[in-house]
Ligand binder design. Structure first.
Ligand SMILES: [Zn+2]
Ligand SMILES: [Zn+2]
Length: 226
C-alpha cells in the first residue's frame, strides 16, 4: 500500500510533538543508563531484556513518525466519484469540495479528510482512513513501552538486588531518585492517557463492525424478501 507523505505546518502541533519526542528521548537514554545496564553488569537481568527495550522504543518512534507524516486521507480537488455513489457525496461548505459521507473538515489541516476520527496534536496530523492503523500501532507500542519501563523502575527499587558498584560522582547517580520519579510520572501519565484513547478507539471499531454487520443483514433481508 503506497502511503503519501503529508506535512502539517502548525507550530502548536510541532510543540506537542516536540514534547512527546523529549519524553521518549529522556526515557530512552536514562532508563538503560540507570536501571538496565547496571543491573545487567551485576548479573541481575539477561541482556535480551535490554535489546527488547531498545526494540520497542525504536518501533514506538518509527510508528510516531509514520503516523505523523502519512496522509490521513486528504480529498483531491477533483475527486472521481464512483458511479452510483453520487447521492452519498456532499459539498463541504469550508473548502467547497465534494466529499463522501463520514468525511470531516479539519480546521487545523485546512482540508477535508476521509473517515476522519480526530485531529491529534501529539502527532501533528489528522487521524483518518489512511493512517488510522498507524495511529493504533503507535498507541500499542507506547502502551507496551510505558508498561515495560514502569515495570523496570518498580523492580529497580523494590525487587532487584541493590547495586554494588555505584560511582557516586556520576551526575545521574547522584540525582537518580529525582530522575526516576520524573520518568515514572511521565510513564504513568502516558499510560493513563493512552489507555483512555485505546478504549475509545476500540469502542469505535466495535460499534463500526456492529453497524457493518447490521447493514449487511438488512441487505440480505431485502434480497431474501424477509
Ligand atoms: Zn472541507
Ligand atoms: Zn487535521
Amino acid at each position: 500500500m503506497g502511503l503519501r507523505i503529508h506535512f502539517v505546518a502548525d507550530p502548536h502541533g510541532w510543540c506537542c510533538m516536540g514534547l512527546i519526542v523529549f519524553v521518549w528521548l529522556y526515557n530512552f537514554v536514562l532508563i538503560p543508563k540507570i536501571v538496565l545496564f547496571p543491573h545487567y553488569e551485576e548479573g541481575h537481568i539477561p541482556g535480551i531484556l535490554i535489546i527488547i527495550f531498545y526494540g520497542i522504543a525504536i518501533f514506538c518512534l518509527v510508528a510516531l513518525v509514520r503516523a505523523s507524516i502519512t496522509d490521513p486521507g486528504r480529498l483531491p480537488e477533483n475527486p472521481k466519484i464512483p458511479h452510483g455513489e453520487r447521492e452519498f457525496w456532499e459539498l463541504c461548505n469550508k473548502c467547497n469540495l465534494m466529499r463522501p459521507k463520514r468525511s470531516h473538515h479539519c480546521s487545523r489541516c485546512g482540508h477535508c479528510v476521509r473517515r476522519m476520527d480526530h485531529h491529534c496534536p501529539w502527532i501533528n496530523n489528522c487521524v483518518g482512513e489512511d493512517n488510522h492503523w498507524l495511529f493504533l500501532q503507535l498507541c500499542f507500542y507506547t502502551e507496551l513501552l510505558t508498561c515495560y519501563a514502569l515495570m523496570f523502575s518498580f523492580c529497580h527499587y523494590y525487587y532487584f538486588l541493590p547495586l554494588k558498584k555505584h560511582n557516586l560522582d556520576l551526575f545521574v547517580v547522584r540525582h537518580e531518585l529525582a530522575i526516576m520519579r520524573l520518568a515514572a510520572f511521565m510513564g504513568i501519565t502516558m499510560f493513563v492517557g493512552i489507555t483512555g484513547l485505546f478504549y475509545t478507539q476500540l469502542i469505535g471499531i466495535i460499534t463500526d463492525a456492529i453497524k457493518k454487520v447490521k447493514g449487511q443483514l438488512t441487505e440480505w433481508e431485502k434480497i431474501l424478501c424477509i
